[in-house]
Design a protein around this ligand. Structure first.
Ligand code: SAH
Length: 242
């Protein structure tokens, strides 16, 4: 069944007024028919079973048949702070980590991040937003992860989280499970560096700001692999992948 995140104001008591872009997708791309059922989500965690009653490529109308309760969102809020890198790789990280269950992304400029200037990331917000929305629809999530504005690494070290982990490949003694052992926390932030890695100073600054340096194993992972592995290990640690 097709799933659509829609702005809350399109979902009234018993009816759903599909915006023009979604109406075009329903009629022209998906070629859905009157009477077909779709799932509409309001990005608050609620979802609705909707029957298409009027089909028009500019404005489709649906009737809400049932409020659905299956909430697939993890209770653990994983906040991935990841160095900016070239477009495809960054978008890959957004898509895969959305599927795994990351709730929030913060792109950061680090000493060695391939992308350094705000000019290179401006105008990306809309595209990135579409990528995480489509990934959430595809993997049946009921929320869309939030993507922050890109900030310098230093600023990201001050974010609010109960557990703050920096993935550092030169640390082989402390893995994610040991870093999180005994924690019942809900807000876990994890920092993933660029292809060239974090500088020693960046790691030291993170540790000075209360971040724990963690290993993702003895092998050196590409940053996109490290992002997925870190998100998976954190969510699995809290039983969110059962
Ligand atoms: N400095 C590495 C490349 C960095 S990998 C090299 O020598 O080739 C990109 C990022 O992925 C790193 O900054 C780190 O955050 C993470 N990462 C990769 N492998 C890791 C590992 N085994 N343990 C912890 N973090 C790792």
């Amino acid at each position: 069944m097709n799933r659509f995140f829609l702005p809350a104001n399109t979902i009234q008591t018993a009816k759903v007024q599909f915006p023009a872009d979604r109406s075009h997708q329903i009629v022209r791309v998906l070629r859905l028919q009157k009477g077909d059922h779709v799932c509409v989500l309001d990005n608050t965690g609620k979802s609705y079973l909707v029957e298409l009653v009027e089909l028009d490529a500019k404005s489709c109308l649906g009737e809400i048949i049932e409020v659905l309760t299956n909430d697939t969102e993890p209770k653990t809020n994983v906040h991935l702070i990841v160095a900016l890198t070239q477009r495809e790789k960054f978008e890959f990280i957004l898509q895969k980590c959305t599927e795994i269950g990351v709730n929030r992304f913060t792109p950061v400029f680090t000493e060695r991040s391939i992308v350094q200037g705000m000019s290179e990331v401006e105008k990306k917000a809309e595209r990135w937003g579409r990528i995480v929305m489509e990934a959430s629809e595809q993997c049946h999530r009921t929320r869309i992860p939030h993507i922050d504005e890109a900030i310098p690494l230093k600023q990201s070290l001050l974010i609010d989280a109960e557990q703050k982990l920096i993935a550092f490949e030169n640390n082989h003694k402390f893995n994610i499970h040991s870093a999180l052992s005994g924690s019942m926390d809900e807000k876990i932030a994890v920092l993933i560096g660029p292809e060239g890695g974090f500088s020693q100073q960046e790691v030291e600054l993170a540790i000075a700001n209360g971040w724990k340096s963690v290993s993702l194993g003895p092998r050196i992972l590409r940053m996109e692999t490290a992002s997925m592995v870190a998100a998976t290990l954190i969510l699995d640690h809290f039983g969110e992948l059962d």
